[in-house]
Every structure is written in C-alpha cells, then in structure tokens.
Design a binder for this molecule. Structure first.
Ligand code: NAP
Length: 306
C-alpha cells in the first residue's frame, strides 16, 4: 500500500478521472466507476459543490477511494495546473472521462477570447488529454472517453468562424462543440492506432436527461420542455450514464466506437452503438480540427511521448 492524497491506496489500483463529476451524468459515472473498484478523481471547478457531491456518494459507497481536485476546463492554465498536480500524486491513469460540459444561450468567451462552449467542452478536454495520456498503461482497458450529443447532428465545424460569431441559432456553438468532442475522439483513436498503441479512444452520449446542463437554456423553452417533453422522452441521469460507463468499461468496446441509448429517438433506452452523421466521420475535417485545436491551446498534442 502507498499513501496518495491522504488515502492508503494499492499502487496497482486502477485510477479514473471524471471531469464535471459533481452533478448529472458525471456524478452517476463516478458512482459506476467506484462500484467497479476504481480510485476516482472528481475533477470539478467548484470545490464546495464537489465536496458535497463526494459526501453524498460516500453515504452510499463508504469504502470508496474518492478524491476531489479542482479544474476549470475553460481556463487552460487551470487545466495545466490540474495535470501537474495529478502527476505529482498519481503514477497512472486508466480511464479519463471527459464529461464536463456547458450549454449556454448567450455569447460568451473565455480569457483568450475563444467561444466558451468550444473552449470548455472541447479544447479544455483536448488539452487535458494531451497532458495526461502518457500516464495510461498501454492496454485496451485504458480509455479516453469523450462526451458527444445528439446535438452534433445540427452542426459542422466552422473553420472560418470557430467562435460562431456569425451563426444565427443560439444552440449552434454548443452543437459545434459536441461535434468537436466526437471528432476529437475519432482522430485520437486513429493516431493511437497508427502509433501502435492499445489504449483506446471511445465516445458516448447520454441521450436526454434533465440535468444541470439545461439551466442556461432560454427559460421559456425550458419551462415548456419540463412539462411536456422531459417526462415522456428523457430518462434518469442514472440511465443516461450507462452508455458512458459502457464506453469506459465494456471489454468488447473497440476504439472509435460511439455509444448511446438505443430507444425512442435515441433519447433513452439501453446502451448500444449510436447513430452519427456522415459529416462527423470525415477524416479531413477531424484532422483540420486537431490542428486548429493545437493552435488554440498553444501547444502540440505530444502523442510521441506515449
Ligand atoms: N443532459 C443531457 O441531456 C445531455 C445530452 C447530451 C450530452 N450531454 C453531455 O453530458 C455531459 C454532462 O452534462 P450533464 O447533463 O451531466 O450536465 P450538468 O449536470 O450541468 O453537469 C455538467 C458538469 O460540468 C461541469 N463544468 C461546467 N463547466 C466547467 C468548467 N469550465 N470546468 C470544469 N467543469 C465544468 C459542471 O460543473 P458546475 O456544477 O460547477 O457547473 C458540472 O459538474 C456534458 O458533456 C453534456 O454536453 C448531456
């Protein structure tokens, strides 16, 4: 046994990071991984919320190895600090669940002036993965899991308008960011494969669940949805987490696969292979996205270090 982060931990115990673990899908994914005996790091931006969530989990799963560490995915310096601190405490990373996400209805940019949803949902995770992947054992059970969405079907990557300044629909920036998460997962898988690595990159979407994600939707739209759409078409966050857990844990999963609920309108139901647009499978677009992502984070994704 070794002493990590104030917890006696078996050196060989598998470690997972879940970003945005304090609520919604990430909270349920964290519980799912703990039940499979992972040591889980909840990577969250709000310490108070994260510690409350941790306490809640420990009531049900008191024997769990569970840590909270802070990260703000929209702030690239914060992502780098998180990675540094993680590396000073842990020698391995088996599963990285890039779950955190925001959906906002008004234009907002992060500090370097990048559209907030693209920065948080895609670029922060792109940077985080690039900094931590070297800690992953070279095995098929080592996974990078990216969170897509049905919303990916509503967008393309606007290379000439990456901040979506010229887009007219309020939800296009979110859709673009989720498409980017999905295409990043594919491109990472292609790069891992050509580097001869066994680690796999997979993606999943939760269908629809009434989580904190919808807090920033136009309020009228949300009220209408809560009384009509939500009870009929959406499922619980516990069920919404299942495709993500399948991507993370299923030994039969292959690199590049995309999981989601297979029931009504893909909003709920048992997890399986999810449908996706032809555009989302374009390798030329994914390659270009990778390059622009490196430019925007200001560093290269060092696959060579693997
Ligand atoms: N709910 C759905 O129907 C649905 C559908 C498709 C895809 N998804 C995807 O599922 C994932 C989880 O969303 P959810 O539905 O569980 O929503 P949620 O309950 O709002 O959870 C999102 C999590 O991300 C965290 N987060 C937001 N911005 C962050 C930042 N800058 N740095 C670090 N953490 C940040 C939030 O932290 P705070 O608590 O501090 O805000 C929260 O923990 C997202 O990637 C979302 O796009 C959800």
């Amino acid at each position: 046994m070794e002493f990590y982060l104030g917890v006696n931990m078996d050196k060989d115990k598998k470690v997972a990071i879940v970003t945005g673990a304090n609520s919604g899908v990430g909270f349920e994914v964290t519980k799912g991984l703990l039940k499979k005996d992972f040591h889980v790091v909840m990577a969250c931006r709000n310490l108070e919320k994260a510690n409350n969530a941790k306490e809640q989990i420990l009531i049900d799963l008191p024997e769990s190895n569970l840590e909270v560490m802070t990260i703000d995915l929209s702030d690239f310096e914060s992502v780098k600090t998180f990675a540094r601190e993680y590396k000073s405490k842990f020698q391995r990373l088996d599963i990285l669940v890039n779950n955190a996400g925001i959906l906002i209805n008004k234009p907002k940019k992060n500090n370097p002036g990048i559209e907030m949803q693209f920065a948080t949902n895609h670029l922060g995770h792109f940077l985080l993965t690039s900094l931590l992947i070297e800690l992953m054992p070279d095995s098929k059970t080592s996974r990078v899991v990216s969170l897509g969405s049905l919303a990916h079907k509503k967008s393309e990557i606007f290379f000439d308008d990456i901040n979506c300044d010229l887009q007219t629909k309020w939800d296009t920036p979110y859709a673009q960011s989720k498409l980017a998460c999905l295409m990043f997962a594919d491109e990472l898988q292609r790069k891992l494969k050509s580097a001869g690595k066994k680690i796999i990159s997979v993606s999943a979407h939760p269908g629809g669940t009434d989580s904190g994600l919808f807090e920033h939707m136009p309020p009228i739209l949300m009220s209408i949805l809560r009384y009509t759409f939500v009870p009929i078409f959406l499922h619980s966050t516990e069920n919404a987490a299942k495709p993500i857990l399948k991507a993370a844990l299923d030994r039969e999963a292959n690199g590049g696969e995309y999981f989601g609920p297979t029931g009504l309108f893909e909003m709920k139901g048992s997890p399986g292979i999810a449908k996706r647009t032809k555009y989302s499978q374009r390798e030329d677009v994914a390659g270009r996205l990778w390059n622009i992502s490196e430019e925007l984070i200001g560093s290269t994704f060092k696959l060579g270090a693997l």
